[in-house]
Design a protein around this ligand. Structure first.
Ligand SMILES: C[S@@+](CC[C@H](N)C(=O)[O-])C[C@H]1O[C@@H](n2cnc3c(N)ncnc32)[C@H](O)[C@@H]1O
Length: 273
């Protein structure tokens, strides 16, 4: 499998979101409900229904003109979407769904690529409810399932309810965009449950803003180095599967506010016996 060479489009200042920070808050100050009201009172609502592209454009307009939102935005989306179209994952897991922007963008790409299910796990039930409503408006209910819970709770629920077992046991792609210190533990949980295999691609957001050294260390380590890390780990820690061989690279891109950031794109290229 060959990954698309990762190059970010230059940032278009005319499309910049408003600053996230308003009176010391970055989200959860009512802006998500305001977005829902904005979308459902949109004069062109009939053109948004069943049209993921138009819904994403309307969310972008809200964030450009009313209040900033912590979505991946168009520029990072232009890096991840081709990976989906190229790798054609049957199932994809997202950790950190917020109001559903990436679930609509990437879930639509997965559907176009012939994929079956996009699972989006979101800890905040209110954000998850907004996401579910927008996914429904986008006409993506058959593809995108929103799960309320932490990343670890969502992974375990999907595993033990049978959604990620049998022929769907390996995830084609995992998108990490939630609690930064949980990326490594949640990846290792997926590894340990057998959800990561030789076709899986991992995409991790915010590798510069704020950065995630433990995650970068794990996905860039050799099998020998990972076995050493596992041997040195405290007994209570989730150990993952050090036998998974990864090829990983950093791709510079931009937040929708225009700030420079990076995605870590990691391909599982084999499993050592
Ligand atoms: C940056 S936002 C995700 C943006 C979304 N992926 C998009 O681009 O549209 C991060 C989200 O992770 C959620 N979150 C925080 N900790 C979490 C956890 N442990 N498990 C799952 N979600 C979490 C937050 O509530 C927030 O909605």
């Amino acid at each position: 499998m060959v990954l698309t060479p990762g190059t970010s489009a230059p940032f278009d200042d005319l499309k910049a979101y408003k600053p996230w920070e308003v009176d010391g808050k970055y989200f959860g100050d009512g802006r998500e409900i305001a977005l829902l009201e904005y979308i459902y009172s949109h004069p062109l609502l009939h053109q948004l229904r069943g049209n993921p592209t138009n819904i994403l454009a309307a969310i972008d307009t809200f964030a450009q003109t009313v209040t900033g939102l912590i979505n991946i935005g168009e520029t990072k989306g232009e890096i991840i979407t081709p990976l989906i179209l190229q790798n054609k994952p049957a199932t994809m897991l997202e950790l950190g769904g917020y109001i559903g922007y990436s679930a609509i963008m990437l879930g639509d790409a997965l559907k176009q690529a012939g994929g079956k299910k996009y699972y989006s796990v979101e800890k905040n039930p209110l954000f998850a409810a907004v996401a579910a409503s927008l996914v429904d408006l986008a006409g993506l209910n058959d593809t995108v399932r929103i799960i309320v819970g932490t990343g670890a709770e969502g992974i375990q629920r999907l595993f033990y309810d049978g959604s990620l077992q049998g022929k769907d046991s390996q995830l084609g792609m995992i998108f990490f965009d939630h609690h930064k210190p949980s990326y490594t533990a949640d990846l290792k949980l997926c590894e340990q449950l057998g959800l990561v295999g030789a076709q899986t691609v991992l995409v991790a957001d915010n590798m510069i803003l704020p950065g995630n050294p433990p995650y970068a260390e794990w996905v860039r380590a050799s099998i020998v180095e990972k076995k050493r890390m596992v041997a040195d780990a405290p007994a209570a820690e989730i150990l993952g599967n050090p036998n998974l061989q990864y090829r990983s690279r950093s791709v510079i891109s931009f937040e929708p506010s225009g700030m420079e950031d990076a995605l870590e794109i990691t391909e599982c290229v084999g499993i050592s016996a």
